[in-house]
Design a protein around this ligand. Structure first.
Ligand SMILES: Cc1cc2nc3c(=O)[nH]c(=O)nc-3n(C[C@H](O)[C@H](O)[C@H](O)COP(=O)(O)O)c2cc1C
Length: 316
């Protein structure tokens, strides 16, 4: 049975043109990278810049984080006019975030987490979703206990990454616990962690019975993964936009050109983003060292976009 495929929120990766590209490659839902409620509630431009969207990104789901209830509620109130759904982050393991008891650290203070979610739901005119981990890894994992409480408060959907805060990105994602969460609630649960191809997607679905799958690292430089999963699992018969040929250069060239076009249409070409994606799009390809030389040589975004396009074209 087909389920929605979601591009995971990833700071420094899932900028607006990349999210639009992922949708064209078959992602059903996209979410912005996490954005500080401290910054949003103080109207800081760099925080608001992370929440740009486009009519083609519908529904628009901004993700916010923070350990201060008032800042979180203020951010929800400021966002709800533009957002279709607001996602709350309780999964980030970065020390810069967790030291302020935000992100995944809040799973170690479940009462505080519940208080924040409850206040956000009360303040919001749009549905609230939450993304969590198993727990902190320092105390007993509490996702299975927390999930029904969040459902009771009115959270519309949960996304669960099968790792603890302590694990960060090490070890294997624990899909068994995600299955327990699916059992414990009626609301949709999106499973996340280690879905890197169609076989993993099917295995995760079989084990968890989740209502959707979220893909993060597997989509970095490879947004075509959404289309691959759907066609390999027989979920769609649509020909991919880069053609039937199973050619890694052809699909990456199509994606690169589209990323550049979508950037031009929305945020403008951003050198930092282009460079990061160029690295990811060429990673692992034969001869990619030459592409990295092009990246280092070109300080201008438009020149670099063209150079990477030419490099991928020559390889066809
Ligand atoms: C570079 C990077 C940035 C991330 N940023 C965020 C973020 O902003 N918000 C969030 O909820 N999770 C973030 N995550 C976690 C992912 O959304 C996802 O939960 C995690 O990578 C596990 O999924 P995967 O195994 O498919 O990569 C990030 C992960 C990576 C690798």
């Amino acid at each position: 049975m087909p389920v929605p495929l979601v591009l995971a929120p990833m700071a420094g990766v899932t900028d607006l043109p990349f999210r639009l590209l992922a949708r064209e490659c078959g992602a059903d839902l996209t979410i912005t990278e996490f954005t500080s409620s401290a910054g949003l509630s103080r109207d800081q431009a760099n925080s608001w810049m992370k929440l740009e969207s486009d009519p083609r990104e519908s529904p628009f789901i901004p993700q916010i984080f923070g350990g201060d209830k008032v800042e979180m509620v203020t951010s929800v109130e400021m966002l709800q006019e533009r957002a279709d759904i607001i996602d709350l982050n309780f999964g980030c393991p970065a020390p810069g975030i967790t030291k302020n008891c935000a992100g995944a650290a809040l799973m170690g203070e479940p009462d505080h987490l519940i208080e924040i979610v409850s206040a956000c739901i009360e303040a919001s005119s749009v549905p609230i979703t939450a993304k969590l981990r198993m727990g902190t890894g320092y105390i007993e994992n509490n996702i299975v206990k927390l999930a029904p409480q969040l459902e009771e408060l009115g959270v519309m959907r949960l996304c669960v990454h099968g790792r603890t805060l302590k694990q960060r990105y090490t070890g294997e994602a624990d899909w068994k616990t995600i299955a327990d969460v699916v059992e414990a609630v009626e609301i949709p649960v999106i499973a996340n962690g280690d879905i890197i191809d169609a076989a993993a997607a099917q295995a995760c679905l079989d084990e968890t019975g989740a209502a959707g799958l979220m893909i993060g690292r597997g989509a970095i430089g490879r947004p075509m993964i959404f289309n691959e999963i759907k066609s390999q699992l027989g979920w769609n018969t649509k020909e991919p936009p880069w053609g039937e040929e199973d050619d890694i250069f052809e699909s990456r060239l199509w994606c690169w050109n589209r990323y550049v076009e979508l950037s031009q249409e929305t945020t403008g070409l951003q050198h930092k983003w282009l460079k990061r994606h160029a690295l990811a799009f060429t990673k692992g390809l034969p001869g990619s060292k030459a592409a990295r030389t092009e990246m280092a040589r070109n300080n201008d975004a438009a020149t670099m976009a063209e150079a990477i396009k030419n490099w991928l074209t020559q390889k066809l």
